[in-house]
Ligand binder design. Structure first.
Ligand SMILES: NC(=O)c1ccc[n+]([C@@H]2O[C@H](COP(=O)([O-])OP(=O)(O)OC[C@H]3O[C@@H](n4cnc5c(N)ncnc54)[C@H](O)[C@@H]3O)[C@@H](O)[C@H]2O)c1
Length: 265
């Protein structure tokens, strides 16, 4: 039996991942705002620190894997700053806080949650993603608030691109501690998050148009993403490092075609 930590465990993909790991016989510590083993607001520094401390109190010096599924999309009342705080800093600061526990396990792995909005949605600000990677939460949040739509429709892909960039650019450093770091990039997955987007007058039309164009002609399921996550956590992916695995019914491939792979310049 291994021990895993999953954020966003109360709903959608995080809940499906927790259930899948538990049915495989593992112990899972779920972290979420409510209905979790550890309740914490990952949009705040104090919440992240409390969550890391709570994990440390509940395990015996190591964890085998970490899944950062907690996230938010555009919604009424959601500011770009808060979105970055949850999506990017809530994932990366938890990963960095849990890194010593991961490094103490025999074959540890971590999975961040990107999104195919990074490649299928245009007009998001690369500067916001770069500001996240620079690590100054206040500066990144202020930049997002100043430059983005109030609802954060452009901040969401920027936050998810930053997570993909983090997984790719930091994976060599993590593997030096034995930790495999990868990301998944889901497309439209049938969860409360995407159902809210379909019901929201601000995002409904774009969401439905997007779903209609998915090559597999349907939204994905949370279980289908959980399968990819458990693959990236487990013994069948020991040489997969720094990858961003698209789980999106073919949308990214259809949108980018031969844009990638691209020859090194
Ligand atoms: N559903 C999709 O279409 C889709 C597509 C691409 C990427 N994703 C990403 O997948 C991940 C899971 O999304 P989902 O569809 O399961 O969404 P969801 O809304 O069903 O679940 C997200 C969970 O994150 C938790 N959360 C939100 N803010 C938090 C905070 N401040 N502190 C702690 N927990 C918090 C929520 O309470 C919820 O339980 C997210 O990172 C999302 O951005 C989803």
């Amino acid at each position: 039996m291994q021990t895993f930590v999953v954020t966003g465990s109360a709903s959608g993909i995080g809940a499906a991942t927790k259930a899948r790991l538990e049915s495989d016989g593992h112990r899972v510590l779920g972290i979420d705002l409510n209905n979790a083993d550890i309740t914490a607001d990952l949009g705040t520094l104090s919440g992240r620190q409390a969550a890391v401390a709570a994990v440390g109190d509940r395990v015996d010096g190591s964890i085998d894997g970490f899944v950062a599924a907690a996230g938010v999309s555009s919604a009424p009342g959601m500011t770009p700053h808060r979105m970055l705080a949850i999506n990017y800093f809530g994932a990366v600061e938890l990963l960095e806080g849990l890194r010593p526990l991961l490094a103490a396990a025999p074959l540890p792995a971590a999975v961040l949650f990107s999104s195919n909005s990074t490649t299928c949605q245009s007009n998001w600000h690369t500067e916001v993603a770069e500001a996240c990677l620079a690590g100054d939460e206040e500066a990144a949040g202020a930049l997002a608030d100043a430059n983005e739509t109030p609802r954060g429709t452009q901040t969401y892909p920027a936050s998810k691109a930053a997570l993909a960039y983090y997984a790719r650019t930091r994976s060599a450093e993590y593997i030096s501690d034995g930790i495999r770091l990868n990301a998944v990039a889901p497309g439209v997955i049938d969860t409360p998050m995407s159902r809210a987007a379909s019901a929201d007058p601000v995002t409904a039309a774009a969401t439905e148009k997007y779903i209609a164009a998915i090559p597999s002609a349907r939204a994905g399921t949370a279980d289908e993403v959980a399968s990819a996550v458990t693959f990236l956590l487990g013994p069948d992916s020991t040489y997969v490092i720094g990858s961003v695995l698209f789980v999106d019914g073919g949308s990214d491939a259809a949108a980018r075609g031969m844009d990638w792979p691209a020859r090194k310049v």
